[in-house]
Design a protein around this ligand. Structure first.
Ligand code: NAD
Length: 401
């Protein structure tokens, strides 16, 4: 049983590292530099160690490639490519289309195609299957299934083995083959009645987070106006043993999932004439947080930070990862610069971003903490500037929500 995984990023490489324990795996990626690095045993993803890749390669269980011809004799193809938004914030399926083209043009016998990329309900049935068939040179009826990925980069308590995995095929055979594939490295497989249910569940999971984060972000503004601590209030509410789940405020949401996936749900809702009011409002509230934070800092400086030096501490979208996709730090920096501040940033995990290098901690008039990596001590941050505003709630003694 030969497995190809299209896309060797956070999702694809993580899956490859687990699948390679049971199957020979080809990691197909269109980025030749990533392919070169992977074949040298160098990982570019947190949670997948370079030593693991070297071991997989030396045991003949893994190889990366950019050549379509190398995947011709696969039995299973997993698609794990980006599903971003277009400039006008609509689902952008061009990476999925390119992956389908690779499958269609290169696979000449019946395979099982499993999509792990996050997309709206109907993607496997109404987009992936017809697109692969469009690019196929022979009329093959492949098997198709979805198993949405739930990986949380940087997390160690939940992984591919112990995170329950939803799945469903377009046919009974596809469903059974999908169960068989994942059962080698996942303990808890949850079959649902259709691919659309699995696709919708994945979007709802992330929309649930997006809406609750927006709610707590708005609540932080209310508690500040009331002169009470948001953290103490949340801890108090969290003593209720049922019906409450604690979320904490932030400078906004980042990453490839929470700011993006709900918009996929909103788009399909709109197409079907159903409302997506919460999603739209939650998006607005979360985006607005960066401006609110900058306003709060300015308010503590007599209403203006013009000419002040500001060091943004932590630009990754969350702690202990180097991922800056959709990071709230970007909007925070923009609003600070619009307000006339002289902005630099410190993040040794990210190290380099947009052609700028991480600045040392210290030396600025203001430190504004957007993300706190565990490698940076709270005391060190507090001592790094005469005024520190912390959006994470992890720097005791700093100003904050
Ligand atoms: N990162 C996460 O935490 C996470 C969690 C759950 C689900 N997802 C979903 O999984 C999917 C992949 O996300 P990711 O974080 O792994 O993205 P990523 O950007 O880390 O990796 C995607 C990889 O695909 C490659 N690629 C792009 N187009 C390709 C093509 N046509 N052929 C071959 N390779 C191609 C890129 O070079 C890149 O290496 C997305 O739909 C995302 O929403 C991500």
């Amino acid at each position: 049983m030969k497995v190809t995984i299209i896309g060797q990023g956070y999702v694809g490489l993580t899956i490859a590292s687990f699948a390679a324990e049971s199957y020979p795996v080809i990691g197909f990626d269109s980025n030749e530099q990533i392919v070169r690095q992977l074949n040298q045993g160098i990982s570019h993803i947190e949670g997948v160690e370079s030593s693991q890749i070297k071991k997989m390669i030396s045991q003949g269980r893994y190889r990366a490639t950019s050549k379509g011809g190398d995947i011709a004799d696969s039995d299973i193809v997993v698609i794990a490519v980006p599903t971003p938004l277009t400039d006008n914030r609509k689902p952008d399926l061009r990476f999925i289309e390119a992956a389908c083209k690779t499958v269609g043009e290169n696979i000449k016998r019946k395979v099982l195609v499993i999509n792990e990329s996050t997309s709206f309900p109907g993607t496997v049935r109404n987009y992936i299957k017809p697109t692969i068939e469009k690019f196929s040179t022979s009329p093959i009826e492949h098997d198709y299934a979805i198993s949405p990925e739930r990986v949380d980069p940087g997390r160690t308590d939940f992984n591919q083995k112990n995170t329950p995995r939803l799945f469903a095929g377009l046919t009974k055979e596809a469903t059974e083959r999908t169960r068989d594939f994942y059962s080698k490295f996942c303990d808890n497989l949850v079959e649902v009645s259709s691919p659309e249910v699995a696709e919708a569940a994945k979007l709802f999971e992330n929309t649930f987070r997006q809406v609750n984060i927006a709610l707590v972000n708005e609540f932080a503004q209310i508690t500040h106006a009331l002169g009470i601590s948001v953290y103490e209030t949340l801890d108090a509410a969290n003593t209720k043993p049922y019906g409450f789940m604690k979320f904490t405020p932030s400078a906004g949401v980042g990453g490839h999932c929470i700011p993006v996936d709900p918009t996929y749900l909103a788009a399909i809702a709109e197409e079907h004439g159903a409302p997506a009011t919460f999603i739209r409002i939650a998006n607005e509230v979360n985006l607005e947080m960066s401006r609110y934070v900058v306003r709060r800092v300015a308010a503590d400086h007599g209403g203006s930070i013009r000419g002040k030096s500001v060091l943004v501490v932590g630009v990754a979208y969350k702690p202990d990862v180097a991922d800056v996709r959709e990071t709230a730090a970007e909007l925070v920096i923009k609003h600070l610069r619009d307000a006339g501040a002289v902005v630099s940033w410190h993040d040794d995990v990210v190290a380099e971003w947009k052609g700028e290098k991480s600045s040392p901690l210290g030396g600025a008039d203001i430190a504004l903490v957007v993300t706190k990596h565990s490698s940076v001590g709270a005391k060190k941050i507090l001592a790094s500037a005469p005024y520190v505003f912390d959006t994470t709630g992890k720097v005791p003694g700093a100003k904050g929500f």
